[in-house]
Design a protein around this ligand. Structure first.
Ligand code: NAD
Length: 282
């Protein structure tokens, strides 16, 4: 199967590209990524020379490029997005551009082609905070920040393209992912790397908030199942949380060059950290 992965140089996208190549001998992967501050080709150095992997640097808002690529593939897994809630609170416009217009650009291209599956990677954040219990697919959308609002808008566009044009859309709303290669502005890698550096951990609120966590490899396995079946996936997480967390921790301990380059040298990381954590030293 020929699969276009958008945002394949980011955290989840890079795991997915690797997973799709390693778990099939015939998948051919096209990775379309703009390489924003969150995208790193070093995330994929182990597969970059594989003949079934192709990297295209570009923007999902570029209709001509997206149309050309869409004509070449059987399925699309749409991961590309602006993803950091705190950044969206400081500056929402890039979130609306990429997450809403970018998704619509892809959907518009897909409706004119023979693509058999369009997996829209959304987020459980579209449901907002749930004070008791958990969200179901019927829970109303109550996004509470520009990031989640832009993802909810993209989901509604995807549904509208399914209903209006029959675009074969499947929307996935995963909870917080964690694992190797997660950009160190996100909570878990920020806490892990700060702890390794002997720095404080910027906890929001009183520490009583509860989140669900999903190991990124389990997420990738679910996405592959969604490409292959319709229903009755039989999926459940396979890596127990303590193992997944220990593997993640070990990876950040071993691969310190990867995150130190970001934390010590990337202007995008420094600009944001100064605004978000003015009293902390990074
Ligand atoms: N990480 C999580 O915990 C989590 C949880 C739920 C849902 N999601 C969703 O999963 C997807 C992937 O998240 P992630 O954590 O891997 O994100 P990430 O920020 O690590 O990576 C995003 C990637 O998208 C690329 N990108 C951004 N704008 C682009 C554009 N206009 N054109 C092409 N490429 C562009 C970036 O360069 C980067 O490689 C997102 O859609 C996100 O909303 C993530």
């Amino acid at each position: 199967m020929k699969i276009l992965v958008t945002g394949g140089a980011g955290f989840i996208g890079s795991h997915l590209v690797r997973y799709l190549i390693q778990h099939s001998t015939h998948n051919e992967i096209f990775n379309l990524d703009k390489l924003t501050y969150a995208g790193h080709l070093s995330n994929l150095k182990d597969v970059s020379r594989n003949s079934r992997y192709h990297f295209i640097r570009g923007d999902i808002c570029d209709a001509r490029l997206v149309t050309r690529l869409t004509k070449q593939v059987d399925a699309i897994i749409h991961c590309a997005a602006e993803t950091h809630v705190d950044r969206s609170i400081h500056q929402a416009t890039p979130f609306l551009r990429t997450n809403v217009i970018g998704t619509q650009t892809l959907l518009e291209a897909v409706r004119r082609t023979a693509v058999r599956r369009f997996l829209q990677i959304s987020t459980d954040e579209v449901y907002g905070s749930i004070s008791v219990g958990r969200a179901t697919e019927e829970t109303p959308l109550r996004p509470s920040n520009p990031y989640s609002a832009s993802k909810a808008a993209a989901d509604l566009l995807a549904l509208s393209y399914y209903k209006t044009y029959g675009v074969p859309v499947i929307i996935v709303r995963p909870c917080n992912n964690f694992g190797p290669y997660q950009y160190p502005e996100k909570m878990l890698p920020l806490f892990i790397t700060n702890a390794l550096q002997g720095r404080s951990l910027p906890l929001y609120g009183d520490g009583q908030n509860v989140r669900d966590w999903l190991f990124v490899e389990d997420h990738c396995r679910a996405l592959l199942l969604l490409l292959r079946k319709r229903r009755e996936l039989g999926w459940k997480p396979s890596v127990p949380f303590p193992h997944a967390f220990a593997r993640t921790l070990r990876w950040f301990q071993t691969e310190s060059t990867w995150w130190r380059l970001i934390k010590e040298a990337e202007p995008a990381f420094h600009r944001f950290s100064k605004i978000q954590y003015p009293s902390l030293q990074f």
